[in-house]
Write a protein that binds this ligand. Structure first.
Ligand code: MN
Length: 206
């Protein structure tokens, strides 16, 4: 099997009280595992088993809905876990990233407001993202279902390289927050791994 479930880089309960341990456990070991298994099934016996996931998603319009949905689910969650940490939150720790945010959004608070709004307004299931475009500018977008800004199928204004993502599927928050998505989004800001976001940001700067 070409794709494997990456391990969670911290204990499932370690993001409490912001994200509960049972949700993290199920989200990783069940939901992410299922996306991984179904992606492997969808590409079995094809040349896609030879490609990195990014290459598959960049040309995903050519493949089946199963590749789009499960490839997206596999990739999005693989990005998401390291973007969180028990020792996270606050403002970005790296001056270069903070300065980029301030120059694009006006202030860190403005970014927080814009990304939170994108997450709240995502109808149904999907993700909110902080991305970098081809001009190396930061922007906020949202994608439905398990789509991702690197996919060729997303709208032009959502295309870019994601450096921070927020899963707003109900499976990410329902046990603790039920219908209160806004409270989950507020809690998310306490567990962001800014070092990981910086690493992804840095890779987009030439
Ligand atoms: Mn999820």
């Amino acid at each position: 099997m070409p794709f494997e479930l990456p391990s969670l880089p911290y204990k499932p309960a370690s993001l409490e009280p912001y994200i509960d341990g049972i949700t993290m456990q199920l989200h990783h070991a069940k939901h992410h595992q299922t996306y991984t298994d179904k992606l492997n099934q969808a590409i079995e016996g094809t040349e896609l088993t030879q490609l990195p996931i990014e290459a598959i998603l960049k040309g995903v319009s050519q493949y089946s809905p199963a590749v789009r949905n499960n490839g997206g689910g596999y990739y999005n969650h693989s990005l998401f876990w390291p973007m969180l940490t028990p020792n996270g939150g606050g403002e970005p720790t790296r001056e270069e990233l903070l300065a980029g945010i301030q120059s694009q959004f006006g202030s860190f608070e403005q970014l927080k407001e814009e990304l939170s709004k994108a997450a709240i307004n995502r109808f149904g299931s999907g993700w909110a993202w902080l991305c970098v475009n081809t001009k190396e500018e930061l922007f906020v977008c949202s994608t439905p279902n398990q789509d991702n800004p690197i996919m060729d199928v997303v709208h032009e204004e959502a295309k870019g390289t994601p450096i921070l993502g927020l899963d707003v599927w109900e499976h990410a928050y329902y046990l603790k927050y039920q219908n209160r998505r806004a409270e989950y989004i507020e809690a998310f800001w306490n567990v962001i791994n800014w070092e990981e976001v910086y690493k992804l940001f840095k890779a987009t700067q030439h």
